[in-house]
Write a protein that binds this ligand. Sequence first.
Ligand code: ATP
Ligand code: MG
Ligand code: MG
Length: 402
Amino acid sequence: MDPTSPLSASLPRVGILGAGQLGRMLQEAAHRLSVPVVCLDTPADAPAKQLSLASANVANGSFRSADDIRKFVTEQNVDVLTVEIEHVDTHILDALLKERPNLRVYPAPSTIRTIQDKHAQKAHLRAHNVPVADFLSVATPADVLRAANDGGFGFPLMLKAKREAYDGRGNYVVKSAADVEGAFTALNPKRDAKALYVERWVPFVRELATMVVRDAQGHVVAYPVVETVHTRNICHVVVAPAQIDGMLAKKVQKVAEQCIASFDGAGIFGVEMFQLENGDIYINEIAPRPHNSGHYTIEACHTSQFENHLRVLAGLPIGSTDLKVPFACMLNVLGAPSSDLVDSLAACRTSLTVPGATVHLYGKAGCRADRKLGHITVVADTFPELQDKMGTLLKMDPTAAK
Ligand code: ATP
Ligand code: MG
Ligand code: MG
């Protein structure tokens, strides 16, 4: 980033905690707008660090360490601090805001704190009249049994870790009383009484998601509603727009906007939802950052989720969130069961011959089964054309084949 360019000189310097693929795609958008960006993460070859225009734009250190974050903000002259991962130390963010009157942190540390604890997040949403499935904190296996029997949760129910969850790794489907002990131990071997909660099983007909961008004045704007298809609890395919009734799509956008309006601070948010048979919508969870279900926006919307995040951080106007193509689909490129890179990238190679397909590879150092290595977005003028192109890619996709 050239700090002497007139546009970047007038824009704040953005610090990102984390340098994975989301930081990398934020940097791609930042380069175009000439917004100065610097990422903090430990690995020297982290995906976002590979994209920096100058070595001064990368910082080594942990986004989990208070000392490293303080040093990062000071040495890199950060004006606006943001996150590409919610599992950060929010208390240091509060302390920094007190120490530095000119620093901004988006989203607000209190917002990140609420969202990073799924139980606190659900309690917040319920308090703001946003529909969520019933939930209850549980300290012991006996509490889980009580919730299922006397509490009316029944079986199956979902036992979830409150913190540090991703790709379904903190979830356990408890099918009967016989599963309870094993589930508790699997998710919480140390038997921390505050670590878990139960959620009522949601018999959804499909999973929906939308990105919502919020500016510092509190205006919220939803992106189109998409359908997300998960494989082994990992987001695998995203279809935009979701093939649902237009009135329902409007309702989903309203619920998602209502959700994000209830939090403080600016930024982009991912909102994951369940659609029930009768058209009711429940919020599953929120991400206070760019989200996998919004990657399609790079090729398919007037303004990508990454650009709009940077825009609100820099005090620039929110760009149009509308689709600029009729249909789009995103396929995650996950590490193959063999952990072999050539197997894993088979769909990527095929996509090079599919018109309307764009490959994004994240430059990750190793290939493990189910690791997110990249994604492919396909755009099309008609839905049958989209299905045809996606069919070609899915035939080569080791995750779909499994
Ligand atoms: P992510 O990678 O999206 O952060 P996560 O680890 O936080 O995932 P969740 O989003 O809580 O996990 O759940 C993963 C998936 O499990 C959901 O997308 C959905 O398919 C299923 N699921 C979660 N909660 C429930 C529920 N209460 N009832 C039925 N299915 C559920
Ligand atoms: Mg999650
Ligand atoms: Mg999720």
